[in-house]
Design a protein around this ligand. Structure first.
Ligand SMILES: [Zn+2]
Length: 135
């Protein structure tokens, strides 16, 4: 599985999320941005996480706190549950991200909202989903 990207797709990281995280390309869909943000979390790349957000999530974002938290987290996988593109500038991605903190299994289940601003997709907010739903 060494050839697969942290986001779960069977592509080398450099050809998948890596090209976005390294700044060589821009994600063309909300799902591609969402996957690259997950991969950035697995690499503790808070700079990329910050620069792909706008609005409230960015205002609430604390890079130091996030980095401290990420030092204790082992990421176990991403499952994209549903993607919906409402218009050329508005999209939603529902996902579950599984991780482990000090041996305790946890998950983030969220319906994320993405806006396209100046030809680039950004994460602008999310709603928690029921984490007990199986996938
Ligand atoms: Zn990827």
């Amino acid at each position: 599985m060494s050839l697969s990207c942290p986001c779960g797709l069977s592509l080398p990281y450099e050809q998948c999320c890596g090209k976005f995280i390294e700044g060589n390309d821009l994600p063309q869909t909300p799902e591609a941005l969402m996957r690259s943000r997950y991969s950035a979390y697995t690499k503790a790349n808070v700079g990329y996480i910050a620069k792909t957000m706008r609005g409230e999530p960015l205002a609430d974002f604390d890079p130091q706190d996030t980095l401290a938290w990420l030092q204790q987290v082992q990421w176990e996988g991403l499952k994209v549950i549903q993607t919906k593109t409402k218009s050329e500038k508005l999209g939603f991605v529902s996902f579950e991200a599984r991780y482990n903190v000090n041996g305790e299994k946890q998950a983030i289940c969220e319906k994320s909202e993405f806006h396209k601003i100046d030809n680039q997709w950004f994460y602008v907010g999310g709603k928690m989903l029921n984490p007990n739903k199986k996938w």
